[in-house]
Design a protein around this ligand. Structure first.
Ligand code: ZN
Length: 472
């Protein structure tokens, strides 16, 4: 009886294991041929197909979808035409400091696969802020690639042999896998093999220990706040597009630069360059393309104004003067915290026109944009300084009428136009809330109001941000 029970148990175990093997094989057969995309809220089959550069019919056929309109969130779609890749496809925003090389390491994907999945013709197209499709492994399962990329070291194979048989330098392999030496690698471990002799990671040098960009991606008309941690650096400089960045040390360590993003700067990728000097005198640099997004500013109805104020020569002369006034960068920061509204409280939320609106004057094209924020106000309404600063201009101008400019330090200025009266003089020091002038309708206006500008690094930005957000 006891023997019979044992035989039964052995038989049962045998049947069970045979069944398990069969099931495992069946599972393997069921493995999708190609990477998988999980349908997200708001997705349509058409948009998914477009995103991966395949036809909607192919995508529907591959996944046995009869009605493309019936797409359930969470459905796993096999994406055809990417044989050899497996895993789950997700969208990632390229962070500042990363590029195709470093992302290929981070996701364990060959660079070619990244380029092909994203239909990139050049690694430069993976600029900071760009949306990239990457493969995320499910659980801890390694992504399998049909060709190139990963290799598993056999017990009888040295790193040297592996590298040589794959036609790459052993030193490149070590660098690639962040090893200190060949002894760092154990047989059976996966290593990454690059097809290039010399690898240039191109990502940020490690001496830049931290970097923070706000907003990210950048947006037309916003104030860029760039914080950089680089404890070993004695100086830091940089450039965004055509503008020199002015870095200042922060109280809690690190450096910060504030820079206006021109409201009419065409949406796209622009270069950000950082350069620093180490204590031993070595200079280090880093450069990357960074995405600037459209600010989606509305188009104002065409405006009709006194033709003298739209005269090209008048505007050019006045703009030259205006930007010369706000060009100097005072090393001291005079403000602290939020800017205060420059008008009495009952008018502080009344805006006939906001910053950035696209404008046409006297039947011109929409070549202009609204360079400030307009507040409602009858002639004679008080205008207050929004923060401490030094008056650097006070006088009449053709387009801006009676104008005042205050320097708040660090390359940040505020300006007041169309006043009926100016109540400060150049070189005056003003405190927050101090009366500086009265609302009027002088210069290029269609009625009385205060036109208020905030200028950062020589570029006008949306002043509303300075009333609601503390910079830096
Ligand atoms: Zn205005």
């Amino acid at each position: 009886m006891k023997k019979q029970a044992l035989v039964s148990l052995i038989l049962a175990l045998l049947v069970f294991s045979l069944f398990s093997i069969a099931k495992a094989q069946a599972d393997q057969v069921d493995q999708p041929d190609g990477p998988v995309y999980i349908v997200q809220p708001g997705d349509s089959l058409w948009a998914i197909a477009a995103r991966f550069g395949i036809s909607m019919d192919d995508l529907a056929d591959e996944n046995g979808i009869a009605d493309p309109a019936q797409l359930t969130i969470g459905t796993r779609l096999v994406i055809p035409d990417f044989e050899g890749l497996s895993g789950v496809l997700v969208f990632e925003t390229v962070p500042l400091g990363e590029n195709i090389e470093s992302l290929s390491h981070r996701y364990g994907m060959p660079r070619e696969a990244l380029l092909r999945l994203n239909r990139l013709t050049s690694p430069d197209e993976a600029y900071a802020g760009a949306q990239l499709i990457v493969i995320q492994n499910e659980g801890d399962v390694q992504t399998a690639f049909a060709s190139g990329g990963r290799a598993t070291l056999r017990a009888d194979q040295s790193l040297m042999e592996t590298a040589i048989t794959r036609g790459v330098s052993p030193w490149a392999v070590m660098k690639d896998n962040q090893m200190r030496g060949a002894w760092d690698l154990l047989p059976g471990e996966n290593i990454y093999l690059s097809n290039e002799e010399e690898l240039d990671f191109g990502a940020m040098p490690e001496e830049f220990t931290g970097i923070e960009v706000n907003p990210f991606p950048l947006i037309q008309g916003h104030t860029l706040v760039l914080k950089v941690d680089a404890p070993d650096m004695t100086s830091l400089s940089g450039k965004f597009n055509d503008r020199e960045l002015n870095f200042f040390p922060l109280a809690d360590g690190g450096y910060v630069a504030l820079q206006g993003i021109y409201a009419m700067l065409e949406a796209g990728a622009y270069s950000l360059i950082l350069e620093g000097t180490l204590t031993d005198g070595t200079s280090l640099g880093f450069s990357q393309q960074v995405l600037v997004q459209d600010g989606n500013y509305p188009f104002d109805p065409p405006l009709v104004v006194d033709s003298e104020t739209t005269d090209a020569q008048n505007n050019e002369t006045e703009n030259e003067l205006w930007f010369a006034i706000v060009a100097p960068v005072t090393l001291e920061k005079y403000w602290d915290g939020l800017f205060q509204s420059p008008v009495p409280e009952h008018l502080s939320n009344c805006f006939p026109s906001k910053f950035g609106n696209r404008r046409s004057y006297n039947q011109s094209g929409y070549y202009y944009f609204h360079t400030g924020l307009d507040f409602c106000g009858r002639p004679g309404v008080d205008i207050y300084a929004p923060a401490p600063g030094r008056v650097v201009f006070a006088g009449p101008l053709t387009v801006r009428g009676n104008a005042t400019v205050i320097d708040h330090g660090w390359g940040v200025y505020s300006a007041y136009a169309h006043q009926s009266e100016i109540q400060v003089s150049e070189r005056d020091w003003v405190e927050t809330g101090q009366l500086i002038g009265l609302v009027g309708e002088t210069g290029r206006v269609t009625g009385p109001h205060l036109h208020w500008e905030v200028i950062v690094g020589g570029v006008q930005v949306d002043p509303l941000h300075w009333l609601s957000q503390t910079y830096p």
